[in-house]
Design a protein. Sequence first.
Length: 264
Amino acid sequence: MVALGLLRAVCGIGGCAMAGHSQFANIKHRKGAQDAKRSKVFTKLRKEIIIAARSGPPTPDLNPRLRAAIASAKAENLPKDKIEAAIKSAQGNAADDSYEEITYEGYGPGSTAIVVHALSNNRNRTAGELRHIFSKHGGKLGEKGSIAYLFDHVGLVVYKAESIESFDALFNLATSLGAIDLEEDGEGEDKVYAIICSVEDFGKVRDGLYAQYSDGELARLSWRPKQRVLVDSPELNTKLMNFLNDLEDNDDVQYVEGDFSLVG
């Protein structure tokens, strides 16, 4: 089964997906980021490298998450010495680098369901800042589990379509590895294929695809909305984009997922 993805409210380390662009194509890291935001992007990339290096062996060849984090950092031109320093820092015990992965749930403009994925060394600070952003935009930061029932927890692997010679071959391999869905999204050079699998099968599916097609654009656990809300109101579209941009500007926010599709 091939489903056409609609969700466009997905933010990556390098930036938020913008209205009018495809859902998964915008997970890729934004090139040519404005100088004012580059330091924030570098901070987020460094955090991800540290967490990835601590999640497994500090060697990219043996740690897919670290390999992906380094690839993302290189795509954003993070200097090699800073990448190496982040990996080294992961082996230490510096308080400033004691990041933990935290998931926040809440409602954004128009009662949209929002999931914020953060890396923080201070839970209270991050929660306070996010609560302010949600409130500023007419939303509300909720308790853990407040919107979880609206999503399925899945594994996600994304490839640029231009890197795949045969869609059928990708589909057959993905399903043989245990994938439950394959979403096609975007057009032209932004066209991507997103392979969806269960959380339990994520490692097997990711590693099997990597063995055949090398590393993809993205591989991570994701919150997939059970139902998507199509936002066709220009006013709400603008409110949501302003909200997402403010979330993106927060140093602790790595990426955001929601239950809506922006139309622009």
